[in-house]
Design a protein around this ligand. Structure first.
Ligand code: 13P
Length: 259
C-alpha cells in the first residue's frame, strides 16, 4: 500500500499569532500515532521560517513543509516571484502546483503547470499537481477529458522516469472546493481510477503504482474516512478544515487508519 499523505493548504490565511496557536495545538497531540502518514503543511511564504523552526525535527520526521506555488524561473529579474532554491533554504519538500485558484485567478495554463512540475522534480522536491473539472465541465460530461488533458501535459513535459517517482497528483473538483459539497467517495474513486489508468498506460507498472493520488475538496472529519478507504485515494489536500489543528488532526488520523 502507498504511504498515506495529508496536505494542509492554508491558502492566504494565517499570522504569526494564529500560526503559533495552531502549532501549539497540533504538537499537543500524539503525533507518533500518525507516523505511517506523511503530513505536509503549506503556509504562505512569509511563515516558512516560523514553521521550519517550530514544527520540523527528528522526532517529527513524517512532517514536512510545502509551499502553495513556486516560480518557473530559477532566479533573476522576476519581481514578486519566489524561486525553488529560496524555498529549499527553508527545508521545503513539497510544492502545490496548478491549484484551480491559480489556474483561474492567475491564468496558469497546463503548459506553465507542467514546466513548474518539471523544475520542481529536477530540483529533487515533490510537486503536488492539482487537476480538476469545473461544475459546467462535469455537467457536460467533460470530467475525464479535462483531467486527462491536465495530467498528460505534465507527463509529456517530464521525460525522465527517475524524477517522476516524486510526483503527487491531487484530484480537486473545482465545484467541491470551499463549497461544503465534497465529491462522493464513489465519484472521487472513479476519477482517481482513471488517473491511475492513465499513469499506468504511460509509465512502467511499478512507477505508476507508486505515485500517490490524493483527493481535495471539502474534506472534513466526517467524510475523510470514507474517501480515504477508496482503493485509489491515498490521502487528502485539505483547505478550510486544515486551519483548525484539531480538525486537521482528525483528518490525519482517518488517513492513518485507511483500509
Ligand atoms: P476546501 O477543503 O476548503 O474545500 O479546499 C480544498 C482545497 O482547495 C485544497 O487545496
Amino acid at each position: 500500500m502507498r504511504r498515506s499523505l495529508v496536505v494542509a493548504n492554508w491558502k492566504m490565511h494565517g499570522s504569526l499569532n494564529d500560526n503559533n496557536h495552531w502549532i501549539k495545538n497540533f504538537k499537543s497531540s500524539d503525533l507518533k500515532q500518525l507516523t505511517n502518514t506523511d503530513i505536509v503543511i503549506c503556509p504562505s511564504y512569509p511563515y516558512l521560517a516560523q514553521l521550519q523552526q517550530s514544527l520540523l525535527g527528528q522526532q517529527n520526521s513524517h512532517i514536512f513543509l510545502g509551499t502553495q506555488d513556486v516560480s518557473s524561473f530559477a532566479n533573476g529579474a522576476y519581481t514578486g516571484q519566489v524561486s525553488l532554491s529560496m524555498i529549499k533554504d527553508f527545508s521545503v519538500n513539497y510544492v502545490i502546483l496548478g491549484h484551480s485558484e491559480r489556474r483561474a485567478l492567475c491564468f496558469e495554463d497546463d503548459k506553465l503547470v507542467a514546466d513548474k512540475a518539471k523544475a520542481v522534480m529536477a530540483g529533487g522536491l515533490n510537486p503536488i499537481v492539482c487537476l480538476g473539472e469545473t461544475l459546467e465541465e462535469r455537467e457536460t460530461n467533460k470530467t475525464h477529458q479535462v483531467i486527462k488533458r491536465q495530467l498528460q501535459a505534465v507527463l509529456d513535459s517530464v521525460k525522465s522516469e527517475d524524477n517522476l517517482s516524486n510526483l503527487v497528483i491531487a484530484y480537486e473538483p473545482v465545484w467541491a472546493i470551499g463549497t461544503g459539497l465534497n465529491a462522493t467517495a464513489e465519484q472521487a474513486q472513479e476519477v482517481h481510477r482513471t488517473i491511475r489508468e492513465q499513469l499506468t498506460s504511460v509509465l512502467s507498472a511499478e512507477l505508476a503504482a507508486n505515485i500517490r493520488v490524493i483527493y481535495g475538496g471539502s474534506v472534513k472529519p466526517n467524510n475523510a474516512q470514507e474517501l480515504f478507504n477508496q482503493p485509489d485515494i491515498d490521502g487528502g489536500l485539505i483547505g478550510g478544515a486544515s486551519l483548525d489543528a484539531g480538525l486537521f488532526l482528525e483528518i490525519c488520523t482517518a488517513a492513518t487508519g485507511r483500509k
